[in-house]
Design a protein around this ligand. Sequence first.
Ligand code: BGC
Length: 493
Amino acid sequence: MKNLLAAVLLAAVSCGATRNLTFPDGFWFGAGSAAYQVEGAWNTSGKGESIWDRLSHSKQALNPQTETADVAADQYHHYKEDVQGLKKVGFNFYRFSVSWPRVLPKGDLSVINQDGLDYYNNLINELVNNDIVPIVTMYHWDLPQHLQDLGGFANDIIIDYFEDYANLLFTHYGDRVKWWITFNEPLSFVNGYSSTMIAPAVNAPGVGLYLAAHNVLKAHARVYHLYDDHFRSQQRGKVGITLNTEYPMPKTNSEADINATEIYLQFQLGWFAHPIYSSEGDYPAVMKERVANKSRAEGLPRSRLPEFDEHWVKYIRGTHDFYGMNLYTANLISLSNTTADATVPPNSDMGSIIAEQDPSWPYEGLNSFRYTPFAMRKMLKLISDNYNNVSIFITENGWCDHGEINDTMRARFLVNYYAAVLDAIHLDNVNVIGHTTWAFVDTFEWFTYSTRFGLFYVNFTDPARPRTPKFSTTILSSIIKTRKLPEEYLDKE
Ligand code: BGC
């Protein structure tokens, strides 16, 4: 009998039947969006111009084919319908961002736009009345142009302005909003201070992005402390930041590639995570050392990476109630044997490091967004191990294609990435609060509409912007209802 039981158990393990596919109680499911990517109504009812309005319009003036998000999915006029869509799928929460220039057209408190405040008030009420928890990002890349004219994140006056803006949001919405994300992906948006590819298109490589990041970290901490000092005791919410890095893995087992991966990780993730989430605080040692050495070699009198004094190290350290993690895919990291691969900082500060993807990893939309479900479990564990078992909220994760309604690959993506989340929870004891599918509706994908992340298809050529639920929403609905993953879409191990 004992032997029979052992044989049955062994068979179960070898065919993977013991994989726990059930979500723990309290695990949250949601979908996300960002103001500039979905709202449209770019100059409606007193909204000010943002840096993305400015950049897309100036590109369009040069090339009429350039897409803008002037209308996008027009969520500004469709928010009630979208809340019904969220409800129909069964989502527990909606992650959206507030457009700073919609509520403060000039960025500072000189003009407060009541219509803008009302819009988010109505959206929040609509969500709450439909039992959907609002999760609010304060900054998803659309800085008021007026503040950019003063230098944007390169000017440390931004710390005061961001605090004023956050204060306004806590005051107006904090009775109903209990989850706040200060910044979305600083690693991505500070590139707007080192190239002309994204807003604000300030071409100051090696200097601008480090300066902007420095002020982002200080502004984040200021807002966390503001919440602690003035709002937390009554509102009892949580404040965090959303960081991103695709899961970096050494391309080969060579020591050189393993070292390169560690350096890359610290320059990508450690840059923002170490000051906030590590026990010591401050930038990672390897980053400080490398940028200082490189700056010296360039004949500069000081490091291009600004320094935090002791006050700021302490003030920033620990300013989190959760870790917001955006994760889509993986990267293979290797040490290049030519320096030509790394001429621009921060790449040149890292050394000659190459980040690439395995061509065998599938993709349907953008080839940098390849299907790598293993990256999810590994990244969750890496963050948990490196940052004291912090609670992680997956604030973005999703699949892009060219708009298939019968999006079976998105269903496969979600099921297998969810399974990896469950492995991290059940096997690695990682603390995961919930998962946000990116995106709820098709978005303006930062210059294009042809790459689509939405669970709901949006017809961008129809002025009425009709939405159509894609096939993956039915799979999601049933997962949320049963709190269990269907075997049908699971990849064979
Ligand atoms: C950004 C989103 C974007 C998504 C897909 C993330 O980096 O936060 O705004 O749509 O990636 O590119």
